[in-house]
Design a protein around this ligand. Structure first.
Ligand SMILES: [Zn+2]
Length: 342
C-alpha cells in the first residue's frame, strides 16, 4: 500500500510517500481502507520526536481518519465490510480500573493512534473493532475524518468537565485551532452565549459565520476589557483555553465568580503563573481534560452523523503532498482542519 512513512525524527523533509506492506487485522481488529486522514499538531510532534518507544521503524502517523471497513480480524462480527466509518483515535487497555469504569481517556496505558500505534496516513490501517463508528453514506469522508480528535476533546471539555448549561456564557480562546473551532460549535449547540478570541479580521469573520456571538481580535483588542464589557462586568461562566501560558492570565481574569476554566493543551507555553488568591476569592475551578471516553466519542459522533455538528475543513491535499500539508498546518492563516485525501 502507499503510505507516508518516516525512518527518523525530523521536519517535513523526513516524510516519504512510498510502498509499505499492508497491515493485517489481528484478533479483535478491523482493517480499514482509509479515504481521508486529517492532520493534528500531534502528527508534527510525533514526526519531530518519533513514535512511542518500542514501535518499529518506519513509523506512520495519523490519528484522525475515515474510510470503509475492508476486512475483519478473527473474533470480530457486527460490522459489514464496505461500511463507511470514522475512527476513534483513543487506544485503551479495556482492563484497568478506569477502562472498567468507562473512563478510557484515563486508562493506565492510554494511547493515541499514530503515536502509540501505526497511524492512518496510509491506504490501510488496523484498529480495534471498538474504535470504528459507522457514519451515514452521504457524509463526505473528508469531513468525517476532520472530526474525531478535536470534537471528542471539545465535547468532554464542555459537556463533561465544565458541564456547560443553556444560557451560560462561554469564552473559547484561539478560534482557528481545531479544538477551539469544534468547541465554538458545541457550546452553541449546548445553548450557551459564545465569545471567541482569534487573530486577524479574516478569522473574526469566519468565527462569526460559525455562530460566535462575538469574536475578538486579540491582536487589536484588550480581551479582558472587552469580555468585561460584553458581560456587564460579570465575566464568563466558562473559559476553554488550549493555548497555555500566553493566555492563562487573561483567561483567569475573564472568568466570573464561580467560573470554570478548562484546558486540554498548552501549545503556547506549558508553564504559567497564577495568583492563588484568585482561586478562592472568585471560587473558580480548574479542569484538565484529555480526549474523551468511548461514550463521549459515540455521543459527539452521533451529532456529526445527524448533521448537528459540522467539521470545518480548511484545505484538502492528496496523500502524496503530505509534506506540504504538514507545512501548511503550521501556517498562521489556517482556520479549521487540514485533510489528506487517500
Ligand atoms: Zn485501561
Amino acid at each position: 500500500m502507499k503510505a507516508i512513512s518516516f525512518y527518523q525524527p525530523g521536519g517535513p523533509e523526513v516524510l516519504r510517500y512510498e510502498d509499505v506492506p499492508n497491515p493485517r487485522p489481528a484478533d479483535g481488529q478491523v482493517l480499514v481502507r482509509v479515504r481521508a486522514c486529517a492532520l493534528n499538531h500531534l502528527d508534527l510532534i510525533v514526526r519531530g520526536r518519533g513514535p512511542a518507544p518500542g514501535l518499529p521503524w518506519p513509523h506512520i502517523t495519523g490519528a484522525d481518519a475515515a474510510g470503509t471497513v475492508e476486512a475483519l480480524g478473527p473474533g470480530v462480527s457486527g460490522i459489514e465490510p464496505g461500511t463507511p466509518v470514522v475512527l476513534n483515535p483513543a487506544l485503551s487497555c479495556g482492563q484497568c480500573k478506569y477502562c472498567r469504569a468507562g473512563e478510557q481517556s484515563l486508562c493506565r496505558s492510554f494511547g493515541i493512534l499514530g503515536r502509540d500505534a501505526r497511524g492512518a496516513m496510509a491506504e490501510y490501517v488496523v484498529v480495534p473493532a471498538g474504535n470504528v463508528y459507522p457514519v451515514p453514506a452521504d457524509l463526505p469522508l473528508c469531513e468525517a475524518a476532520a472530526a474525531p480528535l478535536v470534537f471528542m476533546t471539545a465535547w468532554r471539555m464542555l459537556v463533561t468537565q465544565a458541564a456547560v448549561r443553556p444560557g451560560e456564557r462561554v469564552l473559547v480562546v484561539g478560534a482557528g485551532g481545531g479544538v477551539a473551532t469544534a468547541a465554538l460549535q458545541i457550546a452553541k449547540l449546548l445553548g450557551a452565549t459564545v465569545y471567541v478570541t482569534t487573530g486577524g479580521p479574516a478569522k473574526v469573520s469566519l468565527a462569526l459565520a460559525l455562530g460566535a456571538d462575538a469574536a475578538l481580535d486579540y491582536r487589536s483588542t484588550d480581551v479582558v476589557a472587552a469580555i468585561t464589557d460584553l458581560t456587564g462586568g460579570e465575566g464568563v461562566d466558562v473559559v476553554l483555553d488550549s493555548v497555555g501560558a500566553a493566555t492563562w492570565e487573561s483567561s483567569l481574569r475573564c472568568l466570573s465568580k464561580a467560573g470554570r476554566l478548562v484546558t486540554c493543551g498548552a501549545s503556547a507555553g506549558q508553564t504559567a503563573e497564577m495568583d492563588l488568591r484568585v482561586l478562592w476569592r472568585k471560587q473558580i475551578s480548574l479542569h484538565g481534560s484529555t480526549m474523551a471516553n468511548d461514550r463521549e466519542f459515540r455521543d459527539v459522533m452521533g451529532m456529526l452523523a445527524n448533521g448537528k455538528l459540522r467539521p470545518v475543513v480548511d484545505r484538502v491535499f492528496p496523500l502524496i503532498e503530505a509534506q506540504a500539508a504538514e507545512t501548511y498546518l503550521e501556517s498562521a492563516s489556517r482556520f479549521g482542519k487540514v485533510v489528506l485525501e487517500v
